[in-house]
Design a protein around this ligand. Structure first.
Ligand SMILES: Nc1ncnc2c1ncn2[C@@H]1O[C@H](COP(=O)(O)OP(=O)(O)OP(=O)(O)O)[C@@H](O)[C@H]1O
Length: 325
């Protein structure tokens, strides 16, 4: 992604997509210890800004849902401070400005889609129009169907409409596209982008890394209740490929795979080469200057073959960043 080239080099891992936009949600040094003694959040700090889509990523049990519940005002931290629109998240006035779509979301089966939408709209002082909600969630033609008679994907879309019923400034979407077919997923992505473009803030939790890569302006990776990395998708991929912290944000790296007679010692002396390893007879080289690295390798090794050059994948970065943490 060309964002990589445009972002100034920074030594600190916590780079921001839109640093100038006002903060919408701020978690400062949060600890959350449950009654059973589990410490779900352990000194977590993060900020969501106006007009951005942020993906919160982390392995199972990392503390994502706990962080979202605190921001929604559904539970209180053991220590630390949570501010939403500069106020207490448990205040009704704060909650009226937020929308939420939970993975385990349920709605009464015996109400029609239009009745659900009408009920949710009635909770808010300045709701979105019913027609705009139907359109945003792709529910045209399903308004008179009972919720209980919808398919899994159609139910997901109703829950998406309900999350937007209050025309919220901050929307929490927990695994929003689980169970959706490709077309419905793309349509929901387009709607999520248009929320951002209208100045709303979207916090997305997802296990589909492709979704975070496609949608998020910023990714926050958490593990064991702490932020381990934060940046644009391109920055996260670079960081993971080079080993967390080895390459500063803003430097684009590529992964070169080939069969070569050049030794690791030799390769590591070439400018731009960050690391090398071997895998099933092939050499893998991470380089921040891939063109010059390749030119040099091809000049030195006429027998070099099976060459592939790839951008780092978010999946690899995610595993590298959360593996040993
Ligand atoms: N109500 C609770 N009481 C006790 N422990 C809890 C409670 N809710 C979560 N936990 C524990 O807190 C830790 C963080 O859980 P959390 O649900 O926030 O993680 P998560 O990142 O959302 O995970 P997943 O990706 O599996 O949904 C886990 O160890 C979990 O077992």
């Amino acid at each position: 992604m060309n964002q990589v080239m445009e972002t100034p080099t920074q030594a600190v891992p916590h780079s921001a997509a839109r640093p100038s936009a006002p903060a919408v949600a701020t978690l400062t040094n949060i600890t959350k210890r449950y009654a059973n003694g589990v410490v779900a959040l352990d000194g977590l700090s993060l900020e969501l800004r106006r007009g951005e889509i942020v993906a919160l990523l982390g392995p199972n049990g990392a503390g994502k849902s706990t962080a979202v519940r605190l921001m929604m005002g559904l539970s209180a931290p053991t220590s630390g401070d949570v501010r939403i629109f500069g106020a207490d998240p448990q205040l009704t006035s704060t909650r009226l400005r937020t929308g939420v779509m939970l993975q385990v979301g349920r709605a009464p089966e015996m109400l029609k889609v239009r009745e659900h939408i009408a009920m949710f709209r009635s909770y808010y002082p300045a709701p979105a129009s019913a027609a705009s909600l139907v359109k945003a969630a792709g529910l045209e033609g399903l308004e008179d169907r009972l919720f209980g008679q919808l398919s899994g994907g159609q139910k997901q879309r109703v829950l998406f409409a309900l999350a937007l019923a209050g025309n919220p400034d901050l929307v929490f979407l927990d695994e929003p596209t689980v169970g959706l077919d490709i077309e419905a997923r793309r349509a929901m992505w387009a709607q999520i982008r248009s929320l951002r473009d209208a100045g709303k803030t979207v916090l997305l939790t997802t296990h589909y890394l492709e979704e975070a890569d496609a949608l998020a302006d910023r990714i926050i990776v958490i593990s064991k209740g702490r932020v381990v990395r934060e940046g644009t998708p391109a920055e996260i991929k670079n960081a993971g490929a080079a080993g967390a912290g080895a390459v500063s944000s803003g430097v684009a790296v590529k992964i070169i795979r080939c069969v070569t007679t050049l030794s690791a010692e030799h390769l590591l002396k070439m400018p731009g080469v960050n690391s090398t390893m071997t895998d099933e007879g092939r050499t893998i080289i991470i380089s921040s200057t891939p063109e010059s690295t390749l030119r040099e390798m091809l000049a030195l090794d006429q027998s070099l073959h099976s060459l592939e050059v790839q951008s780092p994948a978010l999946e690899d970065a995610f595993l590298a960043l959360t593996r040993n943490d």
